[in-house]
Structures are given as structure tokens and as C-alpha cells.
Design a binder for this molecule. Structure first.
Ligand code: HEM
Length: 261
């Protein structure tokens, strides 16, 4: 879902590479993105009954919402009317997407550069209530945190040992649940894991390093307050869904999501 973070919600992440170079989907940080065929199928069906009207950017925003809704109670309103971008370059990824080894200062800066607050940061990180991360992603955290063959001391030691049994130095697979034991259900459980130092990514653990984000993690990790997560998440997703939107005569309505017209 980090798809929204490069230029914004204009579906450049769906485009294929061109002679100008690799596309966003070819970039290292996006290698685990999948489901492009599902979006293509939706687009073909819509084009048959309503050609040239519904953008790939809107389809992607609606599909992301619907996919999350299928995993639990989270739901938000998706505004429509976006148009599709025409450029997608993998070389632009590094300057825009947040890296999983970012500390809290870097995360806040990255979000602020997109007009998102630290509340949005802690709330949207809650998207890691579903899905997984690869052994490759957490390898440095487990085996070479500061370059001295060490493990991140912020990671619960028992959890670190469990991970090391399956994730070997330099390994790529397997993948691990971002929210251990609850990664197919979208709920506030992720915050419990983070509070117990069982957040998988350095960026998840970093939420404990700022006064306000830590307070939010604490509040959401108690079951009574967890109920407000759904409302907060919806609000922040709506806000994120407005980033970099193209309207009017900007961009185009692609005929096929992987190709510009
Ligand atoms: C705070 C900054 C963020 C960082 C550093 C980050 C980083 C990552 C990384 C490294 C992975 C695992 C990739 C892999 O190993 O395959 C991941 C997975 C995921 N991220 Fe984020 N992410 C961030 C924010 C977000 C946001 C804002 C959303 C959506 C609102 C999101 C949704 C997801 C989901 C759903 C997955 C699981 C994907 C899967 O199962 O394949 N993330 N993220």
C-alpha cells in the first residue's frame, strides 16, 4: 500500500518499464507488490461497460479499501475522480518511499513531505496489522544492526531468537507476519505487538521513540481504546488518498493499467 507514496494516487506504480528505464514496480522496495493481474481484470471489465471513464488510480484506491475490508472491520470512504499519471521511474523511489530502517525522525520527515502528520504516521503504520515482511527485510535488524554483527536491542530477545531460527544471515525467505498471530485480520492488535517490542520492522519499533506516537501505541494496545483505530485509520487513508491526485486535463484515463495510452 506504500504505492501512494511516490508521486501520489495516480497509479504510476501499475505502469510497465519503458525505454526510459525501469518502472516503479521494478524498484527494490516494491518487489513484493503483487496482484497487478487482479487490477487488470477489473479494468477490462469496467472498460467493456463504461469505456474511458474510470481511472486505474480510482480502481486501485477502491480495491485497496475493499481488500482491507475483507480482512476485518476497517472501512473508509474513497473519493473518486482521479486521473492516471504517465510516468513511472524506479530511480525516483529512493528519494520518496520510507525505508523500513528509518528512525522516527526520518519517518516524520518523510510523512511531513507528503503533508502527513505524526498522527497519520502512527495510524497508517497500523496498516501493518495485515501482511508480511521477508527475512531479507529484517536481516540487518537481526544480524548486523550497527555493523558489529549485533541484533537490534529494541527487539524482544525471545522474539529475535524465534525469528533467527527461520531467517538465516543473508537469507531472503521465509516471510513473517507483520502482526504476529493476527496478520489476516485488520484490527488494533498490531499496536500490542509494537508495545511488547514485537514489531517486525525497525520503523514499527520506532513508533515508541516519540512521545505522541508512543502514547498512541499505548492507547490502542488496550482493547477498549482499540475501537478508535478504525475511525482514525479511515480518516488518514482518506487524506493519503488525496496526495498527488491528478484532475481536469492532467494525466489521462488509461485504457490498460500497465501502459500509457
Ligand atoms: C511508515 C512507513 C512504512 C514503512 C517503512 C513500510 C515498510 C514496509 C515493508 C519493508 C514491508 C515488507 C516488505 C517485504 O519484506 O516484503 C511492508 C509491508 C506492508 N506495508 Fe508498509 N511501510 C510503511 C507504511 C505503510 C503504509 C502507510 C501502509 C498502508 C496504509 C502500508 C501497508 C503495508 C502492507 C499492507 C504490507 C504487507 C504487504 C504484503 O503482505 O505483501 N505500509 N511495509
Amino acid at each position: 500500500m506504500c504505492i501512494f507514496f511516490l508521486k501520489g494516487c495516480e497509479a504510476s506504480v501499475l505502469l510497465n518499464a519503458t525505454k526510459e528505464g525501469g518502472a516503479e514496480k521494478d524498484g527494490f522496495l516494491n518487489l513484493s507488490l503483487r496482484g497487478f493481474d487482479v487490477i487488470d481484470d477489473v479494468k477490462s471489465a469496467i472498460e467493456k461497460s463504461c469505456p474511458g471513464v474510470v481511472s486505474c488510480a480510482d480502481i486501485l484506491a477502491l480495491a485497496a479499501r475493499d481488500a482491507v475490508q475483507l480482512t476485518g472491520g476497517l472501512f473508509w470512504k474513497v473519493e473518486t475522480g482521479r486521473r492516471d499519471g504517465r510516468i513511472s521511474l524506479s530511480k525516483e523511489i529512493d528519494a520518496n518511499l520510507p525505508f523500513s530502517n528509518f528512525n522516527i525522525t526520518q519517518l516524520k520527515q518523510n510523512f511531513a513531505s507528503k503533508g502527513l502528520t505524526k498522527k497519520d504516521l502512527v495510524v497508517l503504520s497500523g496498516a501493518h496489522t495485515i501482511g508480511s515482511a521477508s527475512c531479507l527485510t529484517i536481516n540487518t535488524r537481526l544480524y548486523n544492526f550497527t555493523g558489529r554483527s549485533d541484533t537490534d536491542p529494541a527487539l524482544d530477545p525471545t522474539f529475535a531468537s524465534e525469528l533467527k531460527k527461520k531467517c538465516k544471515p543473508g537469507g531472503i525467505l521465509p516471510v513473517f507476519e507483520l502482526d504476529q498471530g493476527s496478520s489476516t485480520i485488520s484490527d488494533a492488535h498490531f499496536y500490542k505487538a509494537v508495545r511488547q517490542n514485537r514489531g517486525l520492522l525497525i520503523s514499527d519499533a520506532a513508533l515508541l521513540d516519540d512521545h505522541a506516537t508512543r502514547a498512541y501505541v499505548k492507547r490502542q494496545s488496550t482493547s477498549a481504546a482499540g475501537a478508535t483505530f478504525g475511525r482514525d485509520f479511515g480518516k488518514s487513508m482518506e487524506k493519503m488518498g488525496r496526495i498527488g491526485v491528478l484532475t481536469g486535463s492532467e494525466g489521462e484515463i488509461r485504457q490498460r493499467c500497465a501502459l500509457v495510452n
